[in-house]
Design a protein around this ligand. Structure first.
Ligand code: ACO
Length: 463
């Protein structure tokens, strides 16, 4: 709550309770006191700041949400300056050491570690929903052989909403639970099907005898009946799944929440998350890291490459983070596992380039002064590659564990009485009150040459 009244503030000499922020509008001389809670003011409290009665009121302008909290959340805690990541209060390091991905998924969704009985039930429920409708296979057959598997995953997660139409009843807690289970269970199957399609291989059905990560490896790589997942590789993949499970209000989670706020079904909301994750600045970064390491080719080329980064010819992919201004704690854990995985699978020459690249960047003022450190994606691609997972599947693999985070965040959104449909404001910068001009009277080129749909500039006036 905020108080506008200048006279009242002067006579009371204090705020209505707790900490406050005093604002003086120099346009009017009016003073306002805005309540501070959790180090935050409510931007709606700024709306009372007006120059005239009919004025809309002041807004906050924050493109890309650099300094705007969009929700209250109790799922994931990050201290970006200190490099701390905790899920439901438990440090990521402990979860990676002692837990499994499915247990972490439970923790994210239910806010506490499960008892053995709860974990058994949860695991049973997930494992017994890993199969997808046969029509999904037919959908996949419609794609070109070289379709990006992330595009396929995006479409098939969205399509799940058509197979489970009752999920539209988002107030029904049983429907919510079933959607949570189905999403966590089926996304690996959809991901593996997308991969098998791109390889032209027959699909491998889920195997309920295997663990979550073993089953995924089996669906990817089984040929005839010969595939036995190496437990060390399955463990490394499980750790990667834990590391990627949730990361508070990142781009894709924000997409899930924004789309979910329209009260659409959870499958459609999660499909929005998959779409956001597809982008190279978010989930696509580890794919870009491997492309970058291959392009660098050898350790000798690193200085030239870094010069190019400093000249802004390219980015150092896998470095930098909106929140971490320190070493990403997930990158530290992954780095430890790279060596273990390579012991099983054999050396990868790209590791030498990555290690040297990191060392030099961390010695360079350009990166340290901007607090650019390796993020989760700098080393994860090397593990995926060692697991023989093709580059275009990296983002898909990211989407598998992030599904539990998206689900947990969606559930939290649904239970948050303060949330409404997400609808930001804008500062309008365009023209106003223009008259419609008949087409014959408009300025512009008389003839447009060149191939259609290739030169959009020509369509602009005066071009
Ligand atoms: N390489 C070179 N310079 C960089 C990099 C980079 N990877 N990242 C940031 N910078 C520079 C920017 O050019 C900017 O410099 P300036 O102040 O001189 O203009 C400064 O560092 C601050 O960067 P911003 O772009 O403002 O940082 P922002 O928080 O908007 O971006 C992002 C974060 C998108 C992750 C960025 O660091 C980036 O593009 N990194 C490479 C892509 C990547 O690895 N993404 C994965 C993120 S982790 C994840 O999504 C799972």
């Amino acid at each position: 709550m905020a108080t506008k009244d200048k006279a009242k503030a002067e006579t009371d000499g204090k705020a209505t309770g707790g900490d406050t922020l005093s604002i003086t509008d120099n346009r009017t001389g009016e003073s306002y006191e805005i309540e501070i809670n959790d180090g935050t003011i409510r931007t709606m409290d700024l709306r009372q700041i007006k120059v005239a009665e009919h004025d809309f009121g002041m807004m906050g302008y924050d493109p890309a949400f650099l300094n705007t909290a969009s929700c209250r959340s109790a799922i994931t805690y990050i201290d970006g300056e200190a490099g701390i990541l905790q899920h439901r209060g438990i440090p990521i390091e402990q979860l990676c050491e002692h837990s499994t991905y499915l247990e972490v998924a439970y923790l994210l969704v239910f806010d506490e570690l499960p008892t053995q009985a709860q974990l058994d039930r949860w695991t049973y429920d997930v494992i017994h929903h890993t199969f997808v409708h046969e029509d999904i296979k037919k959908m996949n057959e419609g794609y070109r052989h070289d379709a990006h598997p992330m595009g396929m995953l995006l479409a098939s997660v969205g399509a799940l909403s058509t197979f489970y139409p009752t999920a539209k009843d988002t107030e029904d807690h049983e429907e919510r639970y079933m959607a949570a289970i189905r999403l966590i269970a089926k996304v690996p199957t959809l991901a593996a099907f997308a991969y098998r399609h791109s390889m032209g291989y027959p699909y491998v059905y889920p195997d309920n005898e295997l663990s979550y990560s073993e089953n995924f490896l089996s669906m990817l790589f089984k040929m005839e009946n010969t595939y036995e997942p190496d437990p060390r590789l399955a463990k490394a993949l499980d750790v990667l799944f834990i590391l990627h499970a949730d990361h508070e209000q990142n781009c894709s989670t924000n997409a899930v929440r924004a789309v979910g706020s329209s009260d659409v079904d959870p499958y459609s909301a999660v499909a929005a998350g998959v779409a956001a994750l597809y982008g190279p600045l978010h989930g696509g970064a580890n794919e870009a890291v491997l492309r970058m390491l291959r392009q660098i080719e050898s350790v000798e080329n690193i200085p030239d490459f870094l010069e190019g980064v400093k000249n802004r010819e390219q980015k150092l992919m896998g470095f930098g983070h909106r929140v971490y201004k320190n070493y990403d704690p997930r990158a530290r854990i992954i780095k430890k596992h790279v060596d273990e995985v390579l012991e099983v699978t054999g050396e990868n020459p790209l590791l030498e380039i990555a290690t040297e690249l990191e060392k030099r960047a961390l010695d360079d003022d350009f990166f340290t002064s901007r607090k650019l450190y390796p993020n989760v994606d700098f080393y994860s691609g090397l593990i995926y590659e060692a697991l023989r997972i093709p580059t275009n599947m990296f983002t898909v693999i990211f989407a598998i564990p992030r599904t539990s985070g998206w689900v947990a965040q969606w559930l939290e959104l649904k239970d948050d009485p303060e949330q409404k449909i997400a609808r930001p404001r804008q500062i309008y910068t365009g023209k106003r009150d223009q008259d419609y001009v008949p087409i014959a009277e408009r300025d512009g080129p008389e003839k447009i040459t060149g191939p259609p749909a290739r030169r959009p500039k020509l369509l602009r006036r005066g071009a």
